[in-house]
Design a protein around this ligand. Structure first.
Ligand SMILES: [Zn+2]
Length: 292
């Protein structure tokens, strides 16, 4: 059975993630040595930027790009999403809510682990309050919305200025907007401070009574491949899938996520990518002043 590991061969993939795990676990400096003949310092830790550079894909027309995105974390289910993506050796993006991180100490640690797992994962901004679920008011007051995203930035510290609007499938990339007129002013403000706003091509819907997925993974994969093959995505050959962390808190449902990934891997030329690699995304870093 052939597995597709994206741009990495299977062995390269294992080595790559082994290096990442090693780098991630090295939290203390080596003990000082007075031996002047000490061998040249091991610069492996300095290779991390090179690793990041190497992950930049060459986008071509022979692959199908799938961007798994998980919204509203940290929530119950976030840890399962992290674990499954690591087990499967795939990339994914997490759009996180500042309020959820502030209210859940363990959740904040999950946020930190996602940020530090770049480039396997990308941590992105999904607002602080999630508009308190009063979307119309939120979008009718763009200065309130912008301040809300900036507040979230202080809490979750996303890898880049990449965001998703709460409760609205809007796109704002390369200063071009594709959205409902209600959110246009917010998109404009986000763009003015360097944010790219990401919508979605396909949603894995859930039951609002219990947050459980509606579609079984086999049906979802069929729909994913149909959208890709028919060019029914914002950019042909690139599909952004929206799901929510809380959909995968139960073992049976996290198994569905794993099966969806497994089935997609059986499809030829599928590449899982993070949202910073989506065409046109500018990967604007946070302004230093905002991190103090
Ligand atoms: Zn949301």
């Amino acid at each position: 059975m052939k597995y597709n590991f994206g741009f990495f061969g299977k062995k390269t993939n294992l080595v790559f993630y082994s290096i990442l795990w090693i780098l991630g676990s090295c939290t203390s400096a080596p003990p000082p040595s007075e031996n002047t003949n000490y061998p040249p310092p091991d610069n492996s830790a300095k290779e991390k930027p090179t690793l990041l550079k190497d992950t930049t894909p060459v986008l071509d027309t022979t692959h199908w790009y799938v961007y798994l995105t998980f919204d509203d974390g940290p929530q119950p289910g976030t840890a399962n999403c992290i674990q499954i993506c690591k087990e499967e050796g795939i990339k994914a993006s997490f759009f996180m809510v500042g309020l959820h991180a502030d209210r859940w100490r363990a959740g904040k640690l999950l946020v930190d682990s996602i940020r530090q797992a770049y480039p396997q994962f990308v941590l992105a901004n999904h607002s602080y309050s999630h508009a308190n679920n009063h979307y119309r008011y939120f979008y009718q007051h763009p200065h309130v919305a912008l301040a809300d995203f900036e507040q979230a930035e202080q809490v979750v510290r996303p890898n880049f200025r990449i965001a998703r609007l709460p409760g609205n499938n809007a796109w704002g990339i390369e200063h071009k907007e594709k959205s409902h007129h209600l959110v246009a002013a917010v998109l404009h403000k986000m763009d003015s401070i360097g944010y790219d706003v990401i919508g979605w091509d396909q949603e894995w819907n859930f039951r609002h009574t219990n947050s459980r997925p509606v579609l079984v993974p086999d049906s979802l994969v069929a729909r994913t491949m149909h959208l890709l093959r028919e060019g029914k995505t914002r950019i042909p050959r690139h599909l952004v899938l929206l799901s929510h962390d809380r959909m995968f808190s139960r073992p049976a449902d996290s198994a569905s996520l794993q099966r969806y990934i497994f089935l997609l891997k059986q499809q030829p030329d599928i590449v899982f990518q993070t949202i910073d690699q989506y065409p046109g995304v500018s990967k604007t870093p946070l302004i230093t002043a905002h991190t103090f």
